[in-house]
Ligand binder design. Structure first.
Ligand SMILES: Nc1ncnc2c1ncn2[C@@H]1O[C@H](COP(=O)(O)OP(=O)(O)O)[C@@H](O)[C@H]1O
Ligand SMILES: [Mg+2]
Length: 267
């Protein structure tokens, strides 16, 4: 459904070369992936490996130097229609819910941003209060939270509001970039349960970017390991213990009891 084909991305580097002027730093090298409808793809890599850059290519914000992003058979960057196709079908939830939610907005206005997207697409007015109440209920928050400001909510509650905003426009795909990484462990599990529940209820497809392997095994069907801008491993989560990739094994060994003799993961 959502595909990347041989994506390369580079940025102008800060360093100046006397002869060639600005040099370029390549951040993604020949990255390809394919997310099937109704599944969750986890993208795992340490800080600086290029995960967010890949996320920006996937959500239409960054045109790659070469390669193609394709959603439902339509190339995202080839035409304006391609970008519109993506904007209509894909929502994003970022890590930093404190800056991705305007502090002067009430909860109903934050969720309203998502409803506006849907109104524009469907060319019609929605019953705002009713929709907001239903969305709050969907993400497990009381209806009277609609009038609160972000600082009147806990981190977990505010991230639920951001999730409500993301589903408000009725997307088919949601991209999460470290969406639960700054929450405490207990809240992370609660939010992951919510995400799992929403995925089934709404028939969603997920791309879940994280530096944390535990959340991948919890939520994802497939996992892609990114190391210094290159895909080093891409396989179903159920076969994660079979990986021969050194970086992936190192991550596994640091997190779970990993029997290297039998390649069995004991959690
Ligand atoms: N807009 C940009 N301009 C220049 N360099 C960038 C830009 N965005 C990201 N980078 C560089 O690309 C690399 C990968 O960054 P990023 O995709 O944010 O990694 P991750 O999300 O895995 O931590 C880093 O070295 C970062 O400094
Ligand atoms: Mg990042």
């Amino acid at each position: 459904m959502l595909e990347l084909k041989n994506i390369c991305v580079s940025f102008r580097s800060e360093r100046q070369d006397k002869v060639f002027g600005h040099t370029r730093q390549q951040v993604l090298f020949d990255v390809s992936l394919n997310v099937k409808r109704g599944t969750c793809l986890g993208i795992l890599g340490e800080s600086g490996s290029g995960k967010s850059t890949m996320g920006r290519v996937l959500c239409g914000l960054l045109k790659p130097d070469s390669g193609e992003a394709i959603l439902d058979g339509v190339s995202v960057y080839a035409s304006r229609a391609g970008r519109r196709n993506l904007q209509n079908k894909l929502s994003v939830v970022f890590q930093d819910y404190t800056t991705s939610a305007n502090p002067r907005f009430r909860v109903k206005d934050i969720i309203g941003e998502g409803l506006t997207v849907r109104e524009r697409r469907e060319r019609g007015r929605l019953e705002r209060n009713k929709e907001t109440a239903a969305l709050l209920e969907l993400v497990g928050l009381p209806a009277d939270f609609a009038d609160r400001f972000p600082h009147e909510l806990s981190g977990g509650q505010l991230q639920r509001v951001c999730i409500a905003r993301a589903v408000a426009c009725k997307p088919e795909v949601i991209l999460f970039d470290e969406a639960i990484s700054s929450l405490d462990a207990h809240t992370q599990v609660q939010v992951m349960d919510l995400l799992q529940d929403l995925k089934e209820k709404l028939g969603l497809t997920y791309v879940f970017i994280t530096h944390d392997l535990t959340s991948i095994t919890y939520l994802c069907d497939d996992v892609l390991f990114l190391y210094q801008g290159r895909v080093t491993e891409y396989l179903p989560v159920s076969r994660i213990s079979e990986t021969k990739d050194e970086y992936a094994r190192r991550l596994l060994e640091s997190i779970v009891v990993f029997d290297t003799e039998t390649s069995e993961v004991a959690v």
